[in-house]
Ligand binder design. Structure first.
Ligand SMILES: Nc1ncnc2c1ncn2[C@@H]1O[C@H](COP(=O)(O)OP(=O)(O)OP(=O)(O)O)[C@@H](O)[C@H]1O
Ligand SMILES: [Mg+2]
Length: 256
C-alpha cells in the first residue's frame, strides 16, 4: 500500500432542494482521504448517507460544497463528459442489484465498458473472456442475466467493473441481495482483487463481519463521519453494539 491519496475530500457537503423551504442536507463537512491500495468499508444506519457519499466518490454526483480531488485532479473543474470519461477508466462499480443489462450475454455485459472506451471488438472479447475466467464464470458466459443466479450475476458485475482495469472499485452493498455463502464468495473475490491486483476498494456493507475484514472501517451517522478505525484496533462485537445504538430500528441492518 502506498501513502498516495487517490481520494481526497475536504469539507464536502451534499444538499438537495437548495434555497427552497424544504432544503435537505444529507452530508456534512466530510473530510476523507483514501490511499492507493486500501480496502475500506463504510458502515452506518440506513439513510445515513453512505450511497450519497459513494456516488460522489464515483463521480455519479457532485458535492454541493467542498473539494474532491481524485488521483490529484480537482473534480470541480471537470465537465460532465470529462467526468464520465474518468469514471469509465478509473472506477469500477458494483451494486446490490447487479445492474446488468438484460437480454445480452454475460460476456457482452463485461465488454460494454470496453466498447465505451473505444476498444476494438477482438480486444474487447479477449479482455472480457479473461475477466469471465477470473471470476469463475467460464462455463456461463453465453447466458444472459435472467439465466444466472444472484451470485453468478454479481460475479459478472465484478468482471464488468474490472473491464477497463480501474484503480478504484466501489461496491454498494454487493452482498446485500445474496445468501451468506454466496456473499462469502463475492467477498473473497474482492480480497483477491485487493491483494493480487492492488485495487483500492471501498465497500458499503451492513455486515459488521464483512466490515471487520477490511483494512479500515468508516462509520457514517446522519451524514457525518463519526468513526474511522483501523482494522487492527477494531473489535467486531463493539461495532455490532455501535450499529445497534445508531440504528435502533436494527432489523433493517440485519438484512444480510
Ligand atoms: N435525490 C435525492 N433527493 C432527495 N433526497 C435524497 C436523494 N437521494 C438520497 N436522498 C436522501 O439522502 C439520505 C441518505 O440516503 P443514502 O441513499 O445515501 O443512504 P444510505 O446510507 O445509503 O442508506 P441505505 O443503507 O438504506 O442504502 C436519505 O434520507 C435519502 O432519502
Ligand atoms: Mg445505500
Amino acid at each position: 500500500m502506498n501513502n498516495i491519496p487517490v481520494i481526497h475530500m475536504s469539507s464536502v457537503t451534499k444538499k438537495y432542494y437548495i434555497g427552497e423551504p424544504n432544503e435537505l442536507q444529507i452530508l456534512f463537512d466530510i473530510a476523507l482521504d483514501i490511499n492507493e491500495g486500501e480496502f475500506v468499508s463504510i458502515v452506518g444506519a440506513s439513510g445515513s448517507g453512505k450511497s450519497t457519499l459513494m456516488n460522489i466518490i464515483g463521480l455519479l454526483d457532485r458535492p454541493t460544497d467542498g473539494s474532491y480531488m481524485l488521483n490529484g485532479t480537482d473534480t470541480k473543474v471537470l465537465d460532465d463528459i470529462q467526468l464520465s470519461r474518468i469514471r469509465n477508466k478509473e472506477i469500477g462499480f458494483v451494486f446490490q442489484n447487479f445492474n446488468l443489462i438484460p437480454k445480452i450475454t454475460a460476456l457482452k455485459n463485461v465488454e460494454l465498458p470496453l466498447l465505451y472506451a473505444g476498444v476494438s471488438q477482438k480486444k474487447r472479447t479477449e479482455r472480457a473472456m479473461e475477466l469471465i475466467e477470473l471470476v469463475g464464470m467460464g462455463d456461463r458466459y453465453t447466458h444472459d442475466p435472467s439465466q444466472l443466479s444472484g451470485g453468478q450475476k454479481q460475479r459478472v458485475a465484478i468482471a464488468r467493473a474490472m473491464a477497463n482495469n480501474p484503480s478504484i472499485i466501489l461496491a454498494d452493498e454487493p452482498t446485500g441481495a445474496l445468501d451468506t455463502k454466496t456473499g462469502r464468495m463475492v467477498m473473497d473475490l474482492f480480497h483477491r482483487l485487493h491483494k493480487e491486483e492492488g485495487k483500492t476498494i471501498v465497500l458499503i456493507t451492513h455486515s459488521p463481519e464483512l466490515a471487520s475484514e477490511t483494512d479500515r472501517m468508516i462509520t457514517i451517522s446522519d451524514g457525518r463521519i463519526i468513526a474511522d478505525a483501523d482494522r487492527t484496533s477494531y473489535n467486531a462485537d463493539e461495532a455490532v453494539a455501535e450499529q445497534e445504538v445508531s440504528a435502533p430500528e436494527g432489523k433493517e441492518a440485519e438484512g444480510e
